[in-house]
Design a protein around this ligand. Structure first.
Ligand code: GLU
Length: 450
């Protein structure tokens, strides 16, 4: 996937531009906006790890707590070679607004380690995971900051981290982290929660726009946890998914791809002992080669497509579900999809936003579209703290209710302010955050009571 990222320091600045756009419309105390411009705490740590060959490597990691007005800070931990402090700050900021949009009692946080985890063995990843949580243990906990999975981390990693944290506390503390394996206190329905939340958004769009799924063409960039589950849910409804990609490239078929086979192929490549699938959607099921043009494949109508070209396809719904800054000032004018559903965090830059709005594109913003993950994390945390378990059905119903209400509220806010859905989502979140900040005391509030 092309790295369209801007200079690292810009990513947080870019995130703040969304706050400014919303603050210009929302009637909130300026002190609240001032407070939200600064993360509460930025922690940088070094993690020494003994590698399998006996050598030592020291990894750099971050944990940012952006704002905890509405509750303990909440947000995932990513393992990725391009992690930067500015990126983690932006991601933590987005979590603050995401939790406020769906109305769950959390603030925003995020963590990251600069590492290419695919180059590490399973045991090395375990040592890194345990080392990272040791370094940040003094500032995480069920009532302070609650991590979860993000890019290239998963339930297994969360299990190791919870186990390590619990050893340090000399008691089991399942509520310190969410997205855990089921036997360690994970919740049913957490695995595909991000996709299910996005799916609720699609169903609302479907009703509003009278879509016929079999005639609705969808392109999905990214085939990780969220992209893969969303493809499955949409294909089961009869949606025509014409393009799918992962970090190695993508595949296109105008009549729709065989999603079940692609998922099976990707998951089969998760050999025993490996943490990440070695295969790609572009591996030819006939000869195994990447980007293959062999007869069997082209007879089936499947052609290779790059990540960049996928974004510009003539489709009805475009779903970026990989990394940030994919739709930029460079390619925004070439985006043809009338609806963009942001399942990744931050896939669209503010400059690109302006182009998309001018073109009349509806963008369902990340802080709404991908909020299903953190919403079920909230359910997991609540179950852990109460010592109860909910059935998968109960989790699905509660998730649907929260996502549906949030979608309707954002839509209504957009109508009321005659603005786009992203600005509307930020206005809604900002009003909720500002209400909390005001209750803690602001100059305006004190003056009124004086
Ligand atoms: N990493 C996910 C996100 O960006 C989930 C966070 C969580 O569950 O706390 O929303």
């Amino acid at each position: 996937m092309t790295d369209h990222r801007v200079a690292p320091a810009n990513l947080f600045e870019q995130a703040l531009q969304r706050l400014d756009s919303a603050a210009a419309v929302a009637d909130v105390d300026p002190e609240a906006v001032q407070r939200l411009r600064h993360p509460k705490q930025v922690l940088q740590v070094s993690i020494p790890v003994r590698m399998d060959n006996g050598t030592l490597r020291v990894f750099q990691g971050f944990r940012v707590q952006h704002d905890d007005t509405r509750g303990p800070t909440k947000g995932g931990i990513r393992f990725h070679p391009n992690v930067t402090q500015a990126e983690v700050q932006a991601l933590a900021f987005w979590m603050t607004f995401k939790c406020a949009v769906v109305g769950i009692p959390f603030g925003g946080g995020k963590g990251g380690v600069i590492v290419d985890p695919k180059a590490l063995s399973k045991l090395e990843i375990e040592r890194l995971s345990r080392g990272y949580i040791q370094r940040i243990a003094h500032s995480v906990g069920p009532d302070t900051d609650v991590p979860a999975p993000d890019v290239y981390t998963n339930a297994m990693v969360m299990g190791w981290m919870m186990d390590e944290f619990s050893r340090m506390q000399r008691q089991r503390v399942p509520g310190v982290i969410t997205g855990k394996p089921l036997p360690l206190g994970g919740s049913l329905g957490r695995g595909d929660a991000t996709a299910r939340g996005a799916y609720v958004c699609v169903k609302h769009l479907e009703r509003g726009r009278s879509w016929n799924p079999s005639q609705t063409r969808v392109a999905i960039q990214g085939f990780g946890n969220a992209g893969r589950h969303l493809a499955r849910l949409l294909a089961a409804d009869g949606y025509r998914i014409v393009a799918i990609s992962d970090s190695k490239g993508g595949v296109y078929r105008s009549d729709g791809l065989d999603i079940t086979t692609l998922i099976r192929q990707k998951e089969a490549s998760l050999a025993l002992g490996t943490v990440y699938p070695a295969g790609s959607v572009c591996d030819c099921p006939h000869c195994g080669a990447v980007d293959c043009h062999c007869k069997e494949r082209s007879h089936g109508g499947v052609t290779p497509i790059s990540n960049e070209a996928l974004l510009e396809l003539d489709v009805d719904v475009l779903i970026p579900a990989a990394l940030e800054n994919q739709i930029t000032a460079q390619n925004a004018r070439r985006i043809r999809a009338p609806v963009v559903l942001e399942v990744a965090n931050g896939p669209t830059t503010p400059e690109a936003d302006a182009c998309l709005i001018a073109a009349g594109t509806t963008v369902v913003p990340d802080i709404l579209a991908n909020a299903g993950g953190v919403t079920v994390s909230y359910f997991e945390w609540a179950q852990n703290r109460c010592g109860i378990t909910w059935s998968e059905n109960e989790v699905h119903q509660r998730l649907e209710a929260i996502m549906g209400t949030a979608f309707d509220r954002v839509h209504a806010t957009a109508d009321r302010h005659q603005t786009d859905m992203r600005t509307a989502a930020y206005i809604l979140a900002l009003e909720r955050l500002a209400a909390g900040i005001t209750c803690c005391g602001t100059e305006r509030d004190f003056a009124r009571h004086a």
